[in-house]
Structures are given as C-alpha cells and as structure tokens.
Design a binder for this molecule. Structure first.
Ligand SMILES: [Zn+2]
Ligand SMILES: [Zn+2]
Length: 265
C-alpha cells in the first residue's frame, strides 16, 4: 500500500514536473511562454522585412517596397507570398529540429506565430482569404524516411487555426526527385520538371503551404499546375524564406551547441 502510494506520488511528481517543463521557452528555458517561446525570444526572431512583396525574398533595407529582380524578370504564378521570418538562427535550428528530428515543440512557436501573422493579414485584406490550403508535396519515399510531411502538418495546423479546409491527397510527385538542397534555381526547376500531378478540380483560390521556401521552385511548379487546372489566384504561405543567392553548400548541422539549446527532457 505504502509502496503503491510512493509510486503514485512519484508518478504525480513526474507528471507535474513535465507539465511545468513543457511551459518553458524552447530557447532560453524562461518559465513564461507563448506557444513554447517567451516574449523576449519571440521578439528576437529574424523578421523577414524588408522583403519582396511578391515572393517574400529577403531584401536589403534600401529596397523597402520594391520587387526583387526575379519577380520583375519572371513573375511567379502565385500572387504573393506571406513568410514572416528569415531562415536564419534561431529559426533555422527550430525548423531543423522540428523537420529532421521530429521534435514538434520547436515547430509549435513558429506555427502559432505564422497563424497569427496570417490572421492579421487576412483581417486587413479579406479578399485575399483563400478557399482552401494545399501542402507542398513530398515524395512518399521521403515521407516514409522522415516519418511525416512537415508541410502537411503545418497546413493542417493553419487550417484549424484559420478555419480553412485543407486539400489532401490531390498533388503527387510522380517520380522521386533528388533532394533540392545544393541546386541553384535552374537546377531545381529542371529537377521538378514533370514530377507533379494534380487530381480533381481545385478551388478558385488556394494558398500553398510549405515550411521553408528556398528558391520558390516547388511553389512555382505547384502554382502553375493549380492555375492550369482552373485556380484563379494562388498565394504562398511559409514559416521562413532563405536569403538570396543560394550557394550550393551543405546544410548546416541541425543540432546546435548544448549551451544554446538545452534539452531538459
Ligand atoms: Zn526565451
Ligand atoms: Zn520576388
């Protein structure tokens, strides 16, 4: 009996501790958090401003309000991109842990922040509200390898937060494309050529959801496909955008130094 109670109290203590710990900031361990990130760490996230209003490419301060050269030369098939952060520290580490190590608690603060960002944007521009969301596709083999599709996970989260339907199982990669990492934009477009197919008729306005936009090649390919199937307006929503130009270098390690990213579990 006593033994049983001791066991029970230990279990309760463990539960209470783990409940308290899950309320701590994923970056600095401060106890007060907003979806897993404290106010100070949230305000330190690298905001994607100024950025190209069309594709959200990060731009220097001197280019505020201007479109990037790519969009001027070759306008993308999506009307605009809404991407609140730059793919820099600590956003890159947070997404890396979420995406490659399946630690959703690192993705959650960013997902909640993106939902808030979109909510505010759509309140200002209600005509831009899409009829449905669609996740950037991932090849099933890669999904099996990773265990989940982070773009689909993000689309489902945003669908619930913004009360928008999510289109599922409508886009497929018809053959496995080598990883996009390390390829320049032309390489990525060639890599994606003919690899996407769409089933059924898409709605008139759709937002494509992805975690990180690098060259925008996947979004361009999917937006073109949607438009050729009858969609009138496409937006691109993502957590983070990489700065240009993209140099073909190996992906940075996703495991940061222990002192910066304590893991208390
Ligand atoms: Zn913090
Ligand atoms: Zn642009």
């Amino acid at each position: 009996m006593i033994k049983g109670l001791t066991l029970l109290s230990t279990r309760i203590k463990q539960k209470v501790n783990s409940a308290l710990l899950t309320e701590r900031c994923v970056s600095c361990l401060a106890p007060t958090t907003d979806h897993g990130l404290c106010a100070a760490c949230r305000s330190d996230l690298p905001a994607n401003t100024p950025a190209c209003p069309r594709c959200a490419l990060p731009l220097p301060d001197s280019a505020t309000g201007l479109c990037c050269g790519d969009c001027l030369r070759d306008p993308p098939p999506f009307a605009r991109a809404r991407i609140p952060w730059r793919y820099e520290f600590p956003v890159d580490r947070m997404i890396g842990r979420y995406k490659y190590q399946g630690q959703r608690k690192y993705g959650r603060p960013l997902m909640a922040g993106l939902a808030r960002h979109l909510e505010e944007a759509l309140a200002r521009e209600p005509d831009c509200r899409p009829e449905a969301l669609i996740a950037a596709p991932m090849h099933p083999a890669r999904r099996r390898q990773r265990g989940f599709n982070q773009a689909q996970d993000l689309a489902e989260y945003l669908g619930r937060a913004l009360d928008l339907p999510v289109l599922r199982g409508r886009v497929h990669r018809t053959r496995r494309t080598p990883t996009q990492r390390g390829l320049d934009r032309a390489g990525r477009l060639a890599n994606l050529n003919d690899s996407l197919t769409l089933t059924g008729e898409p709605p008139a306005s759709v937002a494509i959801v992805d975690d990180v936009v690098t060259t925008g090649a996947t979004a361009r390919a999917l937006a073109s496909l949607l438009k050729s199937a009858g969609t009138q307006r496409v937006e691109l929503w993502a957590l983070a955008r990489t700065p240009a130009p993209v140099s073909p270098r190996p992906h940075p390690a996703v495991t940061p130094p222990a002192e910066q990213w304590p893991d208390w579990r």
